[in-house]
Design a protein. Structure first.
Length: 328
């Protein structure tokens, strides 16, 4: 029987007397370069000798998480299995209760690319680990098939899936039949929806090709032409006094503007707003031109304004300039 222990392997920060620093990038590189399994040794020195036995394995890297006890820091979590003799030094409630307590990682840089990798995990004894406060998060006891799996979870910050729960619960024969019936019904409904949608689309296509649709479009076109003709006639009749040479041009311009749908908004001096079409503006323009005074009338009014009498007889009696001078 073996127990798989979920341990915090290391975390970001600055540690030890030499101020060794572990960064987020270092943790990411350890995840990338990890090659299972990595040995567990007692103390760091024993990891450098080929003759020393290993006392367990780091099976896998679980991931990188926010450190709940150190705000702003990240923690690397891994799965560890210990040798049965070393297991006796560790309880399921904390990180050690015998001669050994705590652990420490060796994470050198590879010569090939300079990335950090997990070389080994050392169990600490009299010398405390450089990274203090690393915790045991969970313990899973691995039994043979059919036995009850006992799980001890000491941290709610990380959600670990209980291996005793199967990935999929087998369905009974009755449940399978109900599921098959539901799938068949869903398939039938889907086919009906697709068929109805296709029928509606076919109806639209057939109607657009029918004589009824063509007749309706012609009727709409004729009505629009009649409306346009009536509007143009109304404008032309309104300006019967326009010179004969310009009437044809007025009709042509009115015909073009009658088809325009754009309108223009105006505001008078009192702030009242009104909207006019292009044809309305053209009509106002023609009306203004017709109502404008002729050149002869303007010249006559300018001349009369300089007169000194109000007889209105065209200035036949000349003013007596000497008498005017005596009165001034």
């Amino acid at each position: 029987m073996k127990k798989i222990r979920t341990w915090q392997l290391c975390r970001t920060g600055t540690f030890g007397q030499d101020g060794a620093k572990i960064t987020d990038k270092d943790l990411q590189e350890i995840v990338e370069t990890f090659e299972p399994t990595r040995p567990v040794s007692i103390g760091h020195d024993s990891a450098h000798g080929d003759s020393f036995p290993k006392f367990g394995d780091v099976l896998a890297i679980d991931g990188i998480y926010d450190d709940p006890r150190h705000r702003g820091e990240k923690v690397l979590v891994g799965m560890v299995v210990l040798h049965p003799e070393l297991e006796k030094q560790f309880s399921d409630a904390d990180d050690g209760n015998g001669c050994y307590k705590g652990w420490s990682v060796t994470i050198p840089r590879r010569a090939s690319d300079g990335k950090r990798y997990l070389h080994s995990l050392a169990i600490c004894g009299a010398t405390p680990p450089k990274i203090p406060g690393l915790e045991q998060l969970m313990v899973k006891s691995c039994y043979s098939d059919g036995d009850k799996v006992e799980v001890f979870d000491f941290n709610d910050a990380i959600d670990y899936k209980d291996a005793s729960i199967p990935e999929e619960i087998p369905m009974t024969e009755e449940e399978k039949k109900k599921m098959e019936a539901l799938e068949a019904e869903n398939k039938k409904l889907k086919e009906e929806v697709e068929k109805n949608a296709k029928d509606e689309e076919d109806k639209k296509e057939k109607f657009s090709d029918s004589q009824e649709y063509a007749d309706m479009q012609k009727k709409i076109s004729d009505l629009e032409a009649s409306r346009k003709e009536a509007v143009v006639k109304g404008v032309c009749d309104k300006f019967a006094d326009v010179p004969a040479g310009l009437k044809d041009n007025v009709r042509k311009v009115a015909g073009v503007l009658a088809s325009a749908s754009e309108s223009f908004e105006f505001c008078d001096k009192d702030g009242n707003k009104s909207s006019k079409s292009a044809l309305d503006l053209f009509s106002d323009l023609i009306s203004g031109l017709i109502a404008a005074p002729k050149k002869d009338d303007v010249t006559s009014r300018q001349f009369n304004a300089d007169e000194f009498n109000d007889k209105g007889d065209g200035g036949k009696d000349a003013p007596d300039w000497a008498k005017l001078a005596q009165n001034m």
